[in-house]
Each structure stands twice: as C-alpha cells, then as structure tokens.
Design a protein around this ligand. Structure first.
Ligand SMILES: CC/C=C\CCC/C=C/C(=O)SCCNC(=O)CCNC(=O)[C@H](O)C(C)(C)COP(=O)(O)OP(=O)(O)OC[C@H]1O[C@@H](n2cnc3c(N)ncnc32)[C@H](O)[C@@H]1OP(=O)(O)O
Length: 298
C-alpha cells in the first residue's frame, strides 16, 4: 500500500496522459512508464486503446501466471492507474500464455515463510480482489486457459467471462484439494455468480470444471473457439460500453457493495485468520505435499 500511496502522489493523471499523448489515436503501451519504476518486473502488460477507451491487461509471469506477492503488487498498481485514467472505461483481463490463464495463488508464497510475509502476501491478495471486484470499469475476463483457485477468483471478479471452448481447460475453486479452505470472500464472489447450492458443492469438493461444464453452471458466460477469445471480448466490451457509465457503475456498486463491505469491515481479522491457518504444521505439510506432487507429475 505504501507503494501505491507513493505512486498516487508522484504519478498524477497528468504524467500518465502525457506519456499516452505520444501514442494518441492508437495503442498506448505502459511498458515505457513501467520500466521507470524500480520495483516493476513487468509481469503485467497493459495496452490502452485511447480511441476505444479499452485497456487489455495481459498477465505474463512465467511459467503459469501464479499470483506471487510481486505479481499481485504490480497487478494492483496497474489496475489503480487505469482506474484513475478518465480515458479508460473498460478492461479486458487475459493471459499472455496460451493454455494457462492463471495457476492461482503462488503456493511457494504460502510455504516455509515468516508470519510477516504471510500477512503481507494476504493483504496483497485482498487488495487485488478489492480493486478488481470493486472496479468502476467494465471488466471482462478473456479466459484463454486453465484457471484454478485464485485464477478463478480473478475471472469471477470481472463483469463477464468468456472462456476458450476446450474441454482440457479447467476453472474452479479447488482449495480443498490442497487441504486449504477458500475464504468467505472467495465463496461470496462465487455465490454471487452461480448461487449457494452450486458453490457449496464446488467448494466442498474443490471442484474444477472443464470449460463446457463451467458454461453449463453459469461460471462462465460464453464459450468461443480459442482463437476468437480476444476478438469476442472486444465485441462484448463494445456492447457493455454502450450503456451510460454512471448508471452502469451505480448498478454495479449496488450489487457488489455488500460483499465488498463484508471484507473491508474485517480485513485485519481476515489477515490474522489466514496467518494463523497457514502457519499450522498440518497445513504447511499439505501444501508441501501438493507442491511436490505438482513438480513430480512430469
Ligand atoms: C483461511 C484461508 C486459507 C487459505 C486460503 C488460500 C486460498 C488459495 C488459493 C489458491 O489459489 S491456491 C493455488 C491453487 N492452484 C493450483 O492448485 C494450481 C496448481 N497447478 C496446476 O494445476 C498446473 O500447474 C496448471 C496451472 C494447470 C498448469 O499445468 P502445466 O502442466 O502447464 O504446468 P506444470 O504443472 O508443469 O507447472 C509448471 C511449473 O509451475 C509450478 N506451479 C504450478 N502452479 C503453481 C502455483 N499455484 N504456485 C506455485 N507454483 C506453481 C509447477 O510446480 C511447475 O514448477 P516446476 O517447473 O518447477 O516443476
């Protein structure tokens, strides 16, 4: 958060629009701007099309876009910059890698680290969710690959989900399969999309759904061929942007505010709960076994 506060004061809209103006009418890349930030590893690529007001955010953190502390920090900063840019009305979130949208939270961030590290990591996860779920922009997830747990959460934060129609790609909240528990705000986000019954079963079983199954239960809104995911996202975005911003934003806020407020009211307690859960020996052991299995599966 300190980094965000610094950015807010040192990178006002004037600087952002100044760096965009050299690309006026076309795609403005933030690579130039980002490369001037000492803490940026450029795990997130952002291109804002000034004429449409639509930004495409591509996650590019090899090998599987796992959500590390660095990744989450860069993600939240990138999102914050788009949020305050009046020229940006819509965001398409996707992956730079074919076959993987995001592998979810980086398990190595939850293993063998200090309590302070776990607290900082969890705060970054919360911030990502608060910013993306609470965004004023139209947000569309172009899910071009598998998306377990935290990756599914990111997609669920968006207003609309388009997924590549490939039964090999899977999405869902699989936490229980790792011996861990999806927090209440992951659960609430899913309930708001597919309802209580499907969420209860999904969470207990840690169920991953193939793309067609996910479409059937309403977890994703639309299935399209892999090579049409981006273009369809752009077309759907145009439809959503035809609605006046103020009316759509107030409606979105009316629908999501109670869910957001629930976490905001107990953010510190939620961090403490995560730290005390994740530091248990039994949980550390489960995560380590899962990670070892992942590494041995080849
Ligand atoms: C009180 C609340 C308490 C706790 C709440 C915690 C909530 C947690 C949320 C989460 O998001 S937990 C993470 C859940 N994610 C997963 O289970 C995904 C596991 N990964 C996979 O299923 C697959 O890797 C894949 C994403 C489908 C990609 O498969 P592919 O065959 O393409 O790649 P491969 O498996 O070989 O992986 C490459 C490489 O990446 C490492 N990896 C994968 N996922 C993660 C991850 N989430 N975190 C860290 N590292 C990950 C994997 O081990 C391989 O590493 P290697 O090259 O060194 O062997």
């Amino acid at each position: 958060m300190a980094a965000l506060a610094v950015l807010r004061s040192s990178a006002p809209a004037r600087l952002l629009s100044g760096s965009f103006s050299v690309h006026r009418g076309g795609l403005a890349s933030w690579q130039h701007y980002q490369s001037r930030r000492p803490f940026s590893n450029n795990k997130i690529l952002v291109e804002l099309n000034e004429s449409t007001g639509v930004a495409v955010m591509k996650m590019k953190s090899p090998p599987v876009n796992s959500l590390s502390l660095d990744f989450l920090t860069e993600f939240s900063i990138s999102l914050e910059k788009l949020e305050i840019d009046r020229g940006c009305r819509g965001l398409i979130l996707t992956s730079a890698f074919p076959k993987i949208f995001s592998a979810g939270l980086d398990i190595t961030e939850m293993c063998g680290k200090s309590a302070e590290h776990y607290a900082a990591f969890w705060k970054a996860v919360q911030e990502m969710w608060l910013k993306l779920y609470g965004s004023n922009m139209v947000t569309i997830a172009a899910v071009n690959g598998s998306s377990p747990a935290g990756g599914c959460l990111m997609a669920m934060c968006c207003d609309y989900r388009i997924m590549a129609d490939n039964p090999k790609f899977a999405i869902g909240l699989n936490e229980t399969q790792l011996g861990i528990v999806a927090p209440f705000w992951f659960k609430d986000t899913m309930i708001n999309i597919v309802g209580n019954r499907v969420t209860e079963q999904s969470l207990q079983l840690g169920q991953m759904y193939s793309a067609p199954e996910a479409h059937k239960i309403g977890l994703v809104d639309l299935l399209v061929p892999e090579d049409k995911v981006q273009s369809t996202a752009a077309a759907v975005m145009t439809q959503w942007l035809s609605i006046p911003d103020h009316a759509r934003q107030l409606t979105k806020s009316m629908m999501r505010k109670p869910t957001i407020d629930r976490l905001v009211k107990q953010q510190e307690a939620d961090i403490n709960n995560f730290v005390s859960f994740i530091t248990r020996d039994s949980i550390q052991k489960s995560l380590q076994v899962y990670l070892d299995r992942l590494k041995q599966k080849k």
